[in-house]
Write a new protein. Structure first.
Length: 298
């Protein structure tokens, strides 16, 4: 039997310590959030974001075999790059396209060959409207990972769907998702214990563009129903807005009591979103849109 080398043995010890540290940190953070939650829900939301940002890289490190940790320990730039891409995706979804593209480019510059960095950058560029850059990255990912199930069934379809949505072609966008459903709730390989369910969010946006309000609401509801998967990803907050928009669409395309009920559901969902974001920066584009839509519906 092969014996571990001194270096791998030390890395195994490091991994064990990281596991204990991360577990203890999660316990402490959980109790802290419980206590804070009784006083200030906004502070809880900010604390959750901070905890997730701090712990996710550690969890990712822990998920790797000992032999692979050597590469990660020697190159924490990848973790920093993935955090940049997470931020880029968030800013793109919020409507801050210029900031999203700049942040995505910064992440790519750090580790251009990382699968996780490249795929999140591609989706960020697509969401921000930078089609040429997104398509170039998607082609490279397709070439490099032709047999990767999540790449071929989740990530690349999401990128292509977002690009089609930007071109106001919801039919083409929907056709991109045919193979996504069977594994849509699977764990993302390069970020441990978390999935933002980007595919479901984008599919919901596509259904809205196609005037299919029921299907859109169902996709956004999946995100809310799987908060244990989503954690504090931006998709969780924006799913409330998606449901509001889906019900508002139904109220405009139906009549009588059905329309009235849909309008009430929309107002409730808008209020939930606006309450969740009551202390958010007022100049966030998607927040300004939501406030205008809510006021018009009242």
């Amino acid at each position: 039997m092969l014996q571990p080398t001194g270096k791998l043995s030390r890395l195994g010890t490091i991994k064990s310590l990281l596991q204990r540290f991360a577990f203890l940190s999660l316990i402490v953070a959980t109790f802290a959030l419980m206590l804070i939650g009784k006083a200030d829900t906004v502070l809880v939301e900010r604390a959750r974001i901070a905890v997730t940002d701090a712990v996710t890289p550690v969890l990712r490190l822990m998920s790797q075999p000992a032999a692979g940790i050597a590469d990660i320990v020697s190159n924490f730039r990848e973790l920093a790059a993935i955090r940049r891409e997470n931020a880029a995706l968030r800013e793109a979804a919020f409507g801050n396209a210029a900031e999203a593209m700049q942040t995505a480019a910064e992440g790519l510059k750090l580790v251009p060959t990382s699968q996780g960095v490249e795929v999140e950058a591609a989706l960020a560029f697509a969401t921000a409207g930078q089609a040429a850059r997104a398509e170039s990255l998607a082609q490279d990912l397709n070439r490099r990972f032709p047999r990767d199930t999540q790449m071929q069934s989740l990530w690349l379809p999401a990128i292509q769907a977002q690009l089609a949505l930007n071109q106001k072609n919801p039919a083409a966008a929907l056709s991109s998702f045919r193979s996504a459903a069977p594994i849509e709730f699977g764990q993302i390989a390069f970020v441990a214990n978390i999935s933002c369910l980007y595919t479901n969010y984008i599919r919901g946006e596509v259904y809205l563009a196609a005037n299919q309000d029921g299907a859109a609401a169902a996709e956004f509801q999946k995100i809310l129903d799987h908060s244990g998967i989503v954690w504090n990803c931006w998709t969780g907050a924006l799913a409330h807005l998606g449901i509001a928009r889906a019900n508002a669409l139904h109220s405009r395309t139906s009549q009588g009591a059905d329309a009235d009920a849909a309008r009430v559901r929309a107002l409730v969902a808008y209020k939930e979103f606006l309450t969740l974001w009551k202390d958010a920066d007022p100049d966030i584009p998607i927040l300004k849109e939501a406030k205008a839509e809510y006021a018009k519906l009242q």
